[in-house]
Design a protein around this ligand. Structure first.
Ligand code: R5P
Length: 294
């Protein structure tokens, strides 16, 4: 029996397809779950088979965030009953944006989430393009952040865009844009974004960027949630007579009518990954996750 096959991969209700891919690449056993939601909103999870060996629980924590968090914790806790080695693979980790006190007296909920994941029984955690490395510092167990940039760039290489410019909608994403541009073999810029910490309203403060004129642009972010950042960035760039605008991110949450508003702002195509299953999560991150595990 190969070393890889000693894993059992549990596909939580939020990440079944991704977990199947991870199990197949690890040549390991896949165990699915059955989820029942009671009328009061409680989740009841039943594993479809027995679990043994080193266990990998794959469960993204996207909306409904709190329900998916409890489901992930429940699976980790169950896995720990049968194994001393439990890998929590949480490709999208909700609460990661609450990694520090931005305004006085704000509760840093990421710190609690990290404690809960450890207390439930995880011995390691793997996340994908976490919002900030600061969020990862809250963990007291070995924690790995996997990047999906290589996979996203591969997708864009196949689109054969002519001399595209990579754009980060904010200064916080400048390193991501640089990496993306380097792998794609092109240049990048970063816009200056301001978000009102109370209202959540986004404003682009940048002045004109001569280099965007007539060029196809790839807006790169870690996540698209309400779409506010991408919409404001696209409107700003359109005013400067750029070519087509593509938007890409690892976690395409696209809350409410975000997709519609992004398209209305002039974005031709939105490309996300399967950390969040949807028709826009077309880029597969299972290989990147497997590389972080073996
Ligand atoms: C912010 O710093 C993040 O990198 C994203 O730009 C942001 O979280 C996206 O949120 P929304 O789509 O709601 O603007």
């Amino acid at each position: 029996m190969s070393l890889l096959a000693s894993f059992t991969v549990i596909g939580g209700p939020s990440s079944e397809q991704l977990a199947r891919k991870i199990a197949s690449k690890l040549r390991s056993r896949y165990v699915g779950c059955e989820l029942k939601i009671f009328p009061d909103g409680e989740s009841k999870i039943t594993l479809k088979a027995k679990i043994t060996g080193k266990i990998i629980v794959v469960h993204s924590v996207y909306p409904p965030i709190d329900s998916n968090l409890v489901r992930a914790l429940a699976l980790i806790s169950q896995a720990r009953k049968y194994s001393s080695q439990v890998y929590a693979v949480i490709p999208y980790l909700g609460y990661a944006r609450q990694d520090r006190e931005f305004l006085p007296r704000e509760v840093v909920t990421m710190s609690l989430v990290a404690k809960l994941i450890k207390a439930a029984g995880a011995t390691r955690i793997v996340v994908v393009d976490i919002h900030s490395m600061m969020a990862l510092k809250h963990f007291e167990i070995p924690a790995r952040n996997v990047t999906a940039i290589g996979e996203l760039v591969r997708y864009f290489k196949n689109l054969h865009l002519k001399n595209p410019l990579v754009v980060s909608p904010d200064m916080g994403g400048v390193e991501r844009a640089r990496n993306f541009a380097n792998l794609l073999g092109t240049s990048y810029i970063a816009l200056e974004k301001h978000r009102d910490r109370k209202s959540g309203e986004v404003e682009i403060k940048s002045s004109k960027h001569q280099e965007v004129r007539n060029r196809d642009l790839i807006l790169v972010d870690d996540m698209i949630s309400t779409g506010g950042s991408i919409v404001k960035a696209a409107e700003h760039l359109k005013r400067q007579r750029c070519g087509k605008i593509y938007a890409t991110c690892t976690h395409a949450l696209l809350i409410g009518d975000a997709e519609k508003r992004i398209r209305k702002a002039g974005v031709t195509k939105i490309v996300g990954t399967n950390t969040i299953p949807s028709k826009l999560g077309m880029v597969d991150v299972s290989s990147a996750i497997v590389r972080a595990i073996v």
